[in-house]
Design a protein around this ligand. Structure first.
Ligand code: UDX
Length: 437
C-alpha cells in the first residue's frame, strides 16, 4: 500500500480532531478516528455532527465511507501508521496545561509498533522532549493546528503555514506528515520540536495581546472622544501592524486564547521567568468583560430588579462553543448586581442553558427583548444585523443597547430611538465617517 493511502489515525475527535479527520478524508485518505466517549463515536458513526461548524457536516457526509469512528485503540493502532493526537489540554487550577489526556494516549503506544506520533494538541514547549524520553524509538512530530472555530474547514484546507517540528532521527516521520499537507499549498515550515511547540503558544498569545491592546486603546478612546474603529483602521493600514485582530469588544474567549495565554505564562513562570506582558493581557481581558456593567449603570443607575437581555452567548459567531465565553462572566456579574437576565443565541442556547442555569432562555432575539430595560449584544451573529430593530425598540421597556462588539450602526439605532453604547466610541452621536474603500 502506498504511504498516501494508508489510513490516517486521529486520536480525540473534538474540534481539531473531527476537522482533521474530515479534511484528510476529503483529500482522499482513509481515516480511523478514535475517541474514548462511546456516545460521541455512536453519533458520528450515524452521521450526526457533535459540534456546530460550517461545512463540516457536508464534508463528513461526503466522506462517510472513508472515515471509521471507533472507541477501540487497538483498531486504530492496527490500521494507521501516522497517529494525529488531537485530545484537549484544558487548563488546570494553576493555569498550567493539563496533559493527562495526552499522557494516557501515550501510555497506549509502544516504540516498536511502527507508528509516528504526530502531536496536534497544544502542549507546552518541552512536552515532545519528555515524551521522546519516555518512549525512545517512537518517532515524534509536532504539528500544531491553527484553525479557528467557525471557519475551521476553510482554515485547515487553506493554511497560512504548516509547522512541522521534528528532532534528529525522526525525519522520515516528518516527511510523511509534510506529504499529507503538501496538496494544501500552504508554506511548510520544518523546524525542531520545541520551536514548533513555541510557535503555537506564541501565535495565540500574540493575537490575544493584540486584542487586549486594542481593548485598552478603546477604553482610552472613550475618555478622549476618539473612535476605536477609526483608530484600528488607521493602525491596520500600517503593514507592520496589520488590520486583523484589532476589533475592540468585550474580551476574547474560547477554548484556546485564555488557556494558551495562561499556559505560556505558567510555562515561563515554571522556568523562573516572569512573563509580565501576558499577566496584563489576561487582566485586561477579565476587566473588559466587566466594563459592560458600568455602561449599563451609567444609564440605569442600580441594576437591582432591572431586566437585561443578552444577545448572543457563544464565545464568537458561527459556533456553539461556550468555553470561556464572555457571556458567562457577564451574566454572573449582572445577576450579582441584582439584575434579571434573559438570553438568546441562535445555536448555543442549549449548551448555554446547561451552564447558565438561572438565566431565562428565549427562543428568538425579539422574544428576549420583550419588556427589558436594556440589551447587550455579546456575540456578533449575522442575524442580529438583520433584526427588525424598530420592532425591538417598541418591545423593550427602555431601548438601551450596549453593543459589546461594535457590530451595529449607531446612527441607525439612535434614529430609531435607541440609547446606544459601543466600545471605544463616544456615547454621543458622531457623524458617519467617510467611507474609505
Ligand atoms: C484561536 C486562533 O485564532 C487559532 O489560530 C487557534 O488554533 C485557536 O484559537 P478560535 O478560538 O477559534 O481560534 O477563535 P478566534 O477567531 O481567534 O477568536 C478568539 C476570540 O477573540 C473570540 O472571543 C473573538 O470574539 C475575540 N476577538 C477576535 C476579538 O475580541 N477581537 C478580534 O479582533 C478578534
Amino acid at each position: 500500500m502506498s504511504e498516501q493511502r494508508q489510513p490516517v489515525g486521529v486520536i480525540g475527535v473534538g474540534w481539531v480532531g473531527l476537522v482533521t479527520a474530515a479534511c484528510f478524508a476529503e483529500l482522499g485518505h482513509p481515516v480511523i478516528a478514535r475517541d474514548i466517549l462511546p456516545e460521541k463515536v455512536e453519533s458520528l458513526s450515524r452521521g450526526e455532527l457533535t459540534i456546530h461548524e460550517p461545512e463540516l457536516g457536508d464534508l463528513l457526509r461526503r466522506n462517510a465511507e472513508r472515515i471509521t469512528f471507533t472507541t477501540d485503540m487497538e483498531e486504530l493502532l492496527a490500521g494507521a501508521r501516522l497517529l494525529f493526537v488531537c485530545v484537549d489540554t484544558p487548563p488546570t487550577y494553576s493555569g498550567d496545561a493539563d496533559l493527562s489526556r495526552v499522557r494516557s494516549v501515550v501510555a497506549d503506544l509502544s516504540p516498536d509498533g511502527g507508528h509516528v506520533l504526530v502531536m496536534k494538541s497544544t502542549v507546552p514547549a518541552g512536552t515532545g522532549e519528555s515524551i521522546r524520553r519516555d518512549l525512545p524509538g517512537l518517532p515524534y512530530v509536532s504539528c500544531p493546528e491553527f484553525l479557528k472555530e467557525g471557519s475551521a474547514v476553510k482554515d485547515f484546507m487553506h493554511p497560512d503555514r504548516v509547522v512541522i517540528g521534528t528532532d534528529a532521527g525522526d525525519e522520515a516521520g516528518a516527511a510523511a506528515v509534510a506529504a499529507l499537507y503538501e496538496p494544501l499549498g500552504g508554506e511548510i515550515l520544518p523546524t525542531d520540536v520545541a520551536s514548533a511547540e513555541m510557535i503555537k503558544l506564541a501565535s495565540n498569545a500574540f493575537l490575544a495581546t493584540k486584542i487586549s491592546f486594542i481593548n485598552e486603546i478603546a477604553n482610552v478612546c472613550e475618555e478622549v472622544g476618539a473612535d476605536v474603529g477609526e483608530v484600528s483602521r488607521g493602525m491596520g493600514l500600517d503593514e507592520r501592524i496589520g488590520s486583523s485582530f484589532l476589533r475592540a469588544g468585550i474580551g476574547y474567549g474560547g477554548s484556546c486564547f485564555p488557556k494558551d495565554v495562561s499556559a505560556l505564562k505558567m510555562l515561563a513562570g515554571n522556568t523562573g521567568y516572569h512573563f509580565q506582558l501576558l499577566t496584563a493581557v489576561i487582566e485586561v481581558n477579565e476587566l473588559q468583560k466587566r466594563r459592560v456593567v458600568g455602561k449599563l449603570e451609567k444609564h440605569l443607575g442600580s441594576l437591582l430588579g432591572k431586566r437585561v437581555a443578552l444577545l448572543g452567548l457563544a464565545f464568537k459567531p458561527d459556533t456553539d462553543d461556550m468555553r470561556e465565553a464572555s457571556s458567562l462572566v457577564l451574566a454572573a456579574r449582572l445577576q450579582g448586581e441584582g439584575a434579571e437576565v434573559v438570553a438568546y443565541d441562535p445555536v448555543a442556547s442549549e449548551r448555554a442553558g446547561e451552564m447558565l442555569g438561572s438565566v431565562e432562555m428565549a427562543d428568538s432575539a425579539l422574544e428576549a427583548l420583550d419588556g427589558v430595560d436594556a440589551a447587550v449584544l455579546v456575540t456578533e451573529w449575522g442575524e442580529f444585523a438583520e433584526l427588525d430593530w424598530a420592532e425591538a425598540a417598541a418591545r423593550m421597556a427602555r431601548p438601551l443597547l450596549v453593543d459589546g462588539r461594535n457590530f451595529l450602526d449607531p446612527v441607525k439605532l439612535r434614529a430609531l430611538g435607541f440609547e446606544y453604547e459601543g466600545i471605544g466610541k463616544s456615547s454621543v452621536d458622531a457623524p458617519t465617517p467617510a467611507a474609505s474603500d
